[in-house]
Design a protein. Structure first.
Length: 143
């Protein structure tokens, strides 16, 4: 598996290193129960959702057409074109996870809903250590 990040811009590498345990998989946590966390993602063209870690089984549905770029923890960079209604389900075995970011590389706003299932093989990451990073004007994981 590729793990070389040398072709990423330095600011992306730095953010990746700072956010290894960031549980914030969306812009806004809209609902949380003992069974699920429901997030929304809203990205205007050029905006990014920073690196975050998926440990729970989840699905996402995109509400708008658009394009995005993601840098993954394995060193890959993926470009995806979305159509409204596209949905993907992901599952993680005990100890498995995915770290990635999401950048709107298109010319329309991207809107997603993401639902995490808290009764997955891995325990949910705690949301209590989120802090504001003034330089990025967004919430980031505080080590």
């Amino acid at each position: 598996m590729k793990t070389d990040h040398s072709d990423w811009p330095q600011h992306i590498i730095d953010e990746f290193e700072r956010n290894q345990e960031n549980p914030r998989v969306g812009n806004t946590l809209v609902s949380e129960t003992d069974r699920v966390r429901v997030w929304t993602i809203s990205l205007k063209p050029g905006e990014r959702l920073g690196f975050h870690k998926h440990v729970l089984d989840y699905f996402w549905t995109v509400m708008t057409n658009g394009k995005a770029r993601s840098h993954h923890g394995d060193g890959s960079t993926v470009e995806v074109e979305y159509k409204a209604g596209d949905t993907k389900h992901l599952t993680y075995a005990r100890g498995k996870f995915m770290i990635h970011d999401l950048e709107n590389s298109g010319d329309t706003e991207l809107l997603f809903t993401t639902v995490e299932f808290k009764d997955s093989a891995n325990a949910p990451l705690p949301l209590t250590q989120l802090t504001m990073d003034a330089r990025e004007a967004r919430l980031v994981w505080a080590k």
